[in-house]
Design a binder for this molecule. Sequence first.
Ligand SMILES: Nc1nc2c(ncn2[C@@H]2O[C@H](COP(=O)(O)OP(=O)(O)OP(=O)(O)O)[C@@H](O)[C@H]2O)c(=O)[nH]1
Length: 353
Amino acid sequence: MESFNTTATYEPARERRPQFWRLAMRCAQIAGTVDVIFFFLFLALGSPILAWVNVVSVAMYTGAYYALKYHKNKIAVVLIWAEVLIHAALGIILIGWGSGFHYYLLMFIPAICVSASRRWAVYALLGLWGYYIALDVLMWFIEPLQPIPQTALHIVHLFNLSVVFAMFSYLSSYYLRMVVSAQRKLREMATTDSLTGLSNRRHMTYLAEKELARFQRSGHPVGFLLLDVDHFKSINDAYGHETGDRVLSCVADVIRKELRAQDLVGRWGGEEFLAILPDTDSGKAQASAERVRNAFLAKDWKAIIGGEVDITVSIGVSELRPDEDLSTAVSRADAALYRGKTSGRNRVELETV
Ligand SMILES: Nc1nc2c(ncn2[C@@H]2O[C@H](COP(=O)(O)OP(=O)(O)OP(=O)(O)O)[C@@H](O)[C@H]2O)c(=O)[nH]1
């Protein structure tokens, strides 16, 4: 709705809501197919005028389909609106309100609400409502111009009702799928660091606090590794920010690969990473940290950076203490990391008691 329009004001309309236009193409296909069926139905029911109206309708939907395909969305919208409004009016005036052609007008309600700005949606909805009421009232005063037998009218009514029912079901499930997938993307964006694919700091804190409460209850040890890339600024300065980003992404891969699946790993800051190791006391955490540090030494960074350079890391290690919260355990790992940095880097340092 409005948010769709405001977030991407400078993009062409077709790129703003690609799913909407894809759905419009699908609807043009379905509606065109329904009109082909109508053509034969009305020929069989002895109403040739309505049969030929459907030929025009198929031509209009075909035009709308190709207009959408070649991104002439405005032309497509005009064709689809004109087809539905004129077809519904002709159907009702020729064979009567009981034909149920007016149901098709209702299908515009959700389409208007999702595609127009709020102000235009109100105008369009009022116009549609007026058109619907006017057709209804008109049929109080005039008789259908080309009536068909009552049984045939019932068949047309049931057919129209079924088509509208099916299309509403299809549209609703399509929108539901779209909303669910948008929610999933938003959740992913809110929880994941886009550069490394790891949990971001906020999500890491959330996951960690949940896990810590569980481990505090069970009394199992939990280890913390706070890892910082050494002299990372010089990588950025010498090889550029993009290479720096690539290195950070590889750093995340190395950490992830060296730790277990149940260990939580997240990007804690710029070139700083936090790993939380369940069921791991400080001794085992230190051994894991050494494994990670050695993996950095073993990695062929030249292939990634394109220059003779080694990437090393300093890692501070701590273990959760009874009734301690996340930030206290991390700050002890941070103090150990600081010691690692000041004593020469490329080191694993265990917290001091
Ligand atoms: N390319 C890139 N650089 C980043 C990112 N986040 C932080 N940095 C850079 O990381 C560098 C961190 O520099 P410092 O804090 O001075 O630390 P350092 O150069 O790694 O030195 P030490 O930690 O003391 O070994 C800064 O230059 C930041 O600009 C990022 O997402 N991408």
